[in-house]
Design a protein around this ligand. Structure first.
Ligand SMILES: C[S@@+](CC[C@H](N)C(=O)[O-])C[C@H]1O[C@@H](n2cnc3c(N)ncnc32)[C@H](O)[C@@H]1O
Length: 271
């Protein structure tokens, strides 16, 4: 893995380095002005904004404008891809945001669907904030490992954006099976991975592993946290994660900010 990242982690400085980088990145008078406006007037969607430390925990930035803007872009792209897959968002009655964080994506949904909305995450602080401030959805805490606190066949649509990206192999396999369990027959799952757009974070030997259809994982011992990162291509995903699913659509990540992860839309096969 990236040697600098491991050295910083060993010295206990990785969190500090990430905070500083995210603060400096994109810093401009326009960003500061929009930040001030948002914090003083509130978000245009009418929902409260999470405190900066929660934003950082989830998306490694303290800027509320980035939180709102990236959420809108990601859900807009997901909605478009579902449409192309022939399974439009508007057709689902029950939706789960797995690994919902502090609701960056969940809060985009009331404007786009009348479905009953659910969110869950293993980080209790994020779930507590979401429960207290986003009353249009029902939020629950789960453990780092399955099961989820929902009965079999509960949801028409489950999405897990930027969650498998922070799980090592065993966690990915356990969770894909669990998400399959809570999906209704023919239900749809959307999830993302770090694919080709993230090769600049890999050493030569890690890139070779991934190109040969393997998984590379940074800081596997930090599973679930953003400092744990896993990297894989569709060959790996179809061999290890798609048992019991049919692939409806694969969307490679682009160079556009916030849309760099690869996305998979799959439907649950009959048992
Ligand atoms: C990069 S954040 C993305 C959050 C949200 N999906 C979004 O895009 O704003 C990853 C999220 O996955 C959550 N997470 C990681 N492992 C999890 C697990 N095993 N169960 C539930 N949530 C998990 C983390 O707590 C964090 O909120």
């Amino acid at each position: 893995m990236n040697r600098i990242k491991r050295l910083l982690a060993a010295a206990g400085l990785l969190e500090f380095a990430r905070t500083t980088r995210s603060f400096v990145k994109g810093l401009s008078p326009a960003l500061l002005a929009s930040e001030l406006r948002l914090r003083l007037r509130g978000a245009p969607d009418g929902f409260p904004l999470p405190p900066a430390d929660l934003l950082f925990t989830v998306i490694a930035t303290r800027w509320a404008s980035t939180f709102l803007d990236s959420g809108a872009r990601i859900v807009g792209a997901m909605e478009r891809e579902l449409e192309y897959a022939g399974r439009p968002l508007s057709n689902f009655d029950t939706i789960l945001d797995f690994g919902c964080g502090c609701g960056r994506l969940t809060r985009q949904l009331p404007a786009r669907t009348n479905a009953k909305l659910f969110g869950c995450d293993y980080n209790p602080r994020l779930v507590r904030w979401s429960s207290e401030h986003l009353s249009f959805a029902e939020f629950k805490i789960n453990f780092l490992d399955p099961p989820l606190p929902y009965p079999d066949a509960s949801f028409d649509f489950v999405f897990a954006r930027s969650v498998f990206t922070h799980l090592p192999e065993a966690g990915q396999i356990a969770w894909i099976e669990e998400l399959r369990r809570v999906l209704k027959p023919d239900g749809v799952l959307y999830f993302t991975t770090h694919g080709r757009q993230f090769f600049d974070q890999l050493s030569k030997s890690e890139a070779e592993t991934v190109l040969k259809g393997g998984l590379a994982v940074h800081l596997a011992e930090e599973a679930g946290r953003n400092i744990c990162s896993s990297f894989a291509l569709p060959e790996y995903v179809s061999r290890h994660l798609l048992q019991g699913f049919t692939l409806l659509r694969f969307v490679p990540g682009t160079r556009e900010d916030h849309l760099r992860q690869d996305s998979y839309i799959v439907s649950k096969d009959p048992a």
